[in-house]
Write a protein that binds this ligand. Sequence first.
Ligand SMILES: [Zn+2]
Ligand SMILES: [Zn+2]
Length: 376
Amino acid sequence: MSESLSAVVTGFKAPTELWRVPLPQIEPSSALIRVEAATLCGTDAHRWMGHFTEGGGDQPFLQPLSLPYIPGHETCGTIVETGGNIVDVLNEPLKPGDRIISSYAHCGHCYYCRISTQTTLCHDVKSYGHSHPNRLMGGCSEYHYFPPGALFIRVPDNVASEIAASAACALRTVMHSFEQLGPIASHETVLIQGCGPLGLYALAVAKDRGARNVLVIGAPKPRLAVAEQWGADHVLDLSEVADPAARVQWVRDLTYGRGADIVLNCANSHALVEGLRMTRPGGRLVQVGISGAGDIPVAPKLLFRGVQIISTVMAEARHFYQAIDFVSTRQKYFDFQKLISNSYPLDRLTEALQAMSEFREVKPVIVPRLSKELQG
Ligand SMILES: [Zn+2]
Ligand SMILES: [Zn+2]
């Protein structure tokens, strides 16, 4: 073992290439894993389409994207080599053969790391799925490097690798959102906008935290069916109700005319305005992650309703831990496999990215091998 077969994006919207990448030098307190499963999320599709080439300006944690890179930031794998003695996030020793996911390393000495302790906003956060192939920090690859400063979360035996991988982005972000949101009282109604992986995980956590009612607005039908199986009290098919005012009315009819106490926008960020209308005066609205481009026009009077607006950027190591613990201990209530829509070998990554960009996939898993016809 001296190199890794990796799928590499060398041009935006272009077919990905298979490269043999030399394995990196293992630094102290780092880990090299053999990838078991890498799941894709909307961000991977946006990156492949060239939407994130500029970076964030005054948001340095939104790093500019340059070619070439190995996609995939939701990765679960088995340790093959460590840089000396390493431990997991609970300070338990890790060794080759252990299955883990990893949080992102941050610099440890900027304002966000030391003073505000919001490390996902660090100026030098080392996230995965967008760096040069030689760094081997993307999931669509046989091997993945977790650099010094990353914190490792052990995956319990009862959690499938593709579920652990999906927890390493969608669910850990949702866990961060619920932490920022604070407690949910037993009389409160939660509305979830969107029923992709973020929305479905948000539904599961809202049910788990004791919301009185959870409403879900989304499409297409198979995803809404999963929402119902996972305990959504009411669902609205976005494709059947095209009028935003009618959707707002649907929420008000189910909330004594007030609107939802809590709204989580897990859909396109532009749905925020509709979400504000669906939030009761004095309620709470969480923008979970980011999707979409351009500006969002908001009428000033919509801001004069006392709604607390929160936005979530990625997640810290404790949220990764909470996410893994959740999928391990709540699988008897929620069939998490329903999120996984398809499986692709490395040489068919382009198809998976194309399907994601056209919303034909929910959560595809990329397995680090070649199609049968290319093997041997
Ligand atoms: Zn920092
Ligand atoms: Zn993601």
